[in-house]
Design a protein around this ligand. Structure first.
Ligand SMILES: Nc1ncnc2c1ncn2[C@@H]1O[C@H](COP(=O)(O)OP(=O)(O)OP(=O)(O)O)[C@@H](O)[C@H]1O
Length: 319
């Protein structure tokens, strides 16, 4: 089933600001979908429309098969939201926050179980949250969003202000919830943070969706592939450059550098060299960062067209 579907979703503020421009978005149930874009791209406005906080100027949006406006009350019970820059009450304990969230949602959750689900201990829960680290506060906010066991989690910039440890913890939590069948819609302007957690990403730029694909697919499309480095002994009697997915090959000082447009080519190269009897002393590789991909899609003269929807609703990226 479809978790989120928007058709030509558009939002203007006044005459001058086109915040979201004809967005066609499709997120499947059970997916972790990264919604990426630089500041001001229109991510929060899109989320506000999905939550019926803001009415679109044009277009439609359905969530979990329901119209976001007509069925907003029913949807509220099935969506958990972690808003951007949530304000919590410093003097209240973590447990009290969860209890409030349960009361507001009129849900029957056990506060202790919710706290455990986001990795907060009973002694953490008994402390005022003014004493919490930013990462603990964010986990608590996620716990509040999980009250009522929502089918869809919408996380608006959930990693902002977190240190690498906090980011890792949040990623693990998102993965765990997704493994239990929850759809996660995760907005961010920092690409590295979605790389490891999202099944697919959509890139929004100036209100338009410019790409939707897997992280791997985006890398391949923009040619921002991987580099494989091998320390080898002796000569190489193999035509590595002819391997599918290999862009270039350079041998210097016993180091073979192979750039690949398709990261699966790395394994093919190693197999090919091994079969050719090449003595491989060490292997090292580096994937192009998602940041490179993002730059390729959001720079003015990238030569890439915005994403298209074909008649069957299957989106494709047009290089
Ligand atoms: N209530 C509003 N009134 C007027 N303009 C608005 C309003 N809300 C958003 N905008 C404008 O719409 C555009 C998109 O903003 P939005 O907050 O959706 O972007 P964003 O991608 O979420 O950015 P960020 O990563 O900084 O949160 C921006 O130009 C913003 O200034």
């Amino acid at each position: 089933m479809t978790a989120i579907e928007t058709t030509d979703l558009t939002k203007r503020f006044g005459d001058d600001i086109l915040a979201v421009d004809g967005l066609d978005l499709h997120v499947d149930e059970g997916e972790v979908f990264g919604f990426l874009g630089p500041n001001g791209a229109g991510k929060s406005t899109t989320i506000d429309m999905l939550l019926d906080y803001v009415r679109p100027t044009d277009g439609t949006a359905t969530v979990l098969g329901m119209d976001v406006h007509e069925d907003s009350a029913a949807l509220r019970e099935r969506i958990g939201v972690l808003p951007d820059g949530i304000s919590l009450y410093d003097r209240l304990t973590g447990r009290r926050h969860i209890e409030f969230a349960i009361e507001w949602a009129d849900a029957g959750d056990d506060p202790g179980a919710v706290l455990a689900r986001v990795g907060l201990t009973e002694s953490d829960a008994a402390r005022p949250i003014g004493d919490y680290s930013k990462g603990m506060q964010q986990r608590l906010a996620l716990g509040m969003a999980l009250v009522g066991d929502p089918d869809l989690l919408i996380l608006d910039e959930p990693t902002s202000g977190l240190d690498p440890h906090g980011i890792r913890e949040l990623r693990e939590l998102v993965r765990r919830e997704a493994a239990n069948g929850t759809t996660v819609f995760f907005s961010s302007h920092i690409l590295d943070q979605v790389d490891a957690v999202c099944d697919r990403v959509g890139i929004l730029y100036e209100g338009e969706l410019v790409a939707v694909d897997t992280v791997e697919g985006l890398r391949t499309t923009v040619g921002a592939g991987s580099e494989l480095r091998l320390r080898v002994a002796g000569d190489i009697d193999a035509d590595v450059a002819a391997t599918a997915g290999v862009d270039s090959v350079q041998l210097s000082g016993g180091i073979l550098r192979v750039t690949c447009s398709d990261s699966r080519a790395k394994a093919r190269v190693v197999t090919q060299l091994t079969n050719a009897g090449v003595d491989i002393l060490d292997v090292d590789s580096e994937d192009a960062s998602l940041e490179d991909v993002f730059t390729a899609y959001t720079s003015e003269s990238n030569g890439l067209e915005p994403v298209n929807a074909d008649p069957d609703g299957v989106r494709e990226v047009i290089p």
